[in-house]
Ligand binder design. Structure first.
Ligand code: AHG
Ligand code: MN
Ligand code: MN
Ligand code: MN
Length: 338
């Protein structure tokens, strides 16, 4: 579908327009909404790039609804996306990790989409210069919803667009509009454009890397313990090699590597975090949708992540995501030990 030549740059804007052309009933609203998100990502990228230079690192002195110390960049990136989404005129309401309540869009700016976003994921890493990112998901507003929250407390499989933008050695935006297609774009700062660089991303079915915070081992349930041990100490008779351990602590970076290289990323439920730590609407669902559209799977251990119905907008969920065979292996352990 997309065969860009050297001078025939396939920008994200052109990509989304081509996806719109494939959908005869498309109004163009989603194209404009994704353009607004793209602008937000470029703006945050420029702030992250110079954070140390303009005293944008460190804490802001406030605590968010999650009980976390908000970083200055958490708040700045939140404001950037709230304004960009508001101005797009295509959003009905939005949920941000950094804002307790649902954010309503009123008046002439009101549109039909519900957007969930983690404006700055991995922000505990920002002062150390480690990759951070933005995660977003787009849902259609439920017209018959009695309360705006009802549009969010739906099965995750109703998500229509998901993506992340990783601010690292380069700025990579990865997006899916469904149709079993995930594509990756790299920001060319000289053009200010995201250029298609990772066409039709597919996650290897069986990998060689596991990514989990082993500092929580004492809190894990038996299924998680037995599964992770099976990767670290494979049966000698099987001739399998142990998996390598990689854990960056920014979900965007750990998931990006998992989609590219394969393996498993996990933040399970444990005795310390009974529903896991990651937030369903703006971490779990978008990443689960991306991984599934790239040919992988995402499970809580007991069920498909995208079959969860959140109980409230900052609900959390356990998650194991990765290649199809790797995740089927996880499910086998949960059937055996849960
Ligand atoms: P955020 O910075 O948006 O609050 O998210 C942090 C999350 C996620 O990025 C990462 O996978 C996880 O926290 C790491 O948690 P631990 O430090 O407990 O391993
Ligand atoms: Mn946070
Ligand atoms: Mn996050
Ligand atoms: Mn965050």
């Amino acid at each position: 579908m997309f065969e860009p030549g050297d001078t025939d740059l396939l920008t994200l804007t052109r990509y989304v327009l081509e996806m719109q052309r494939l959908n005869p009933s498309a109004s163009g609203d989603l194209t404009l909404l994704i353009s607004a998100i793209q602008l937000g990502c470029k703006f945050v990228e420029s702030c992250v790039r110079k954070a140390n230079l303009i005293n944008l690192v460190g804490v802001a002195g406030a605590i968010n609804v999650q009980g976390e110390d908000q970083k200055k960049l958490d708040i700045l990136s939140n404001d950037i996306f709230v304004n960009a989404l508001n101005a797009s005129g295509k959003v009905s309401s939005m949920v941000s990790e950094e804002i307790d309540k649902l954010i309503h869009v009123n008046g002439h700016n009101k549109g039909k989409y519900c957007v969930t976003f983690d404006p700055l994921d991995g922000s505990s890493n920002i002062d150390a210069g480690v990759n951070v990112g933005t995660i977003f998901g787009i849902f259609l507003e439920k017209p018959d919803a009695e309360t705006p929250e009802e549009s969010y407390c739906v099965p995750g499989r109703e998500i229509i667009v998901a993506g992340y933008c990783m601010y690292g050695s380069s700025c990579n935006l990865v997006i899916t509009l469904g149709k079993n297609r995930v594509d990756g774009f790299t920001l060319d700062p000289s053009l200010g454009e995201f250029i298609l660089t990772h066409r039709n991303m597919r996650i290897p079915s069986l990998g060689k890397i596991y990514s989990i915070n082993e500092g929580n081992t004492q809190y894990w349930d038996e299924a998680t313990k037995q599964y992770i041990d099976s990767l670290k100490y494979p049966d000698p008779a099987s001739e399998k090699k142990p998996y390598a351990a990689r854990y960056i602590g920014s979900m965007v970076a750990d998931v990006h590597r998992t989609i590219l290289y394969g393996g498993v990323f996990a933040y399970p439920a444990d005795t310390k975090s009974l529903k896991g730590k990651l937030r369903t609407l703006y971490e779990g669902f978008p990443m689960a949708f991306l991984v599934e559209q790239a040919g992988g799977k995402a499970t809580t251990g007991a069920k498909r992540v995208l079959d969860i119905v959140p109980s409230e907008i900052h609900d959390r969920c356990p998650i194991f995501l990765g290649g199809a065979e790797d995740i089927e292996n996880v499910e086998t352990y949960f059937k055996k030990y849960q």
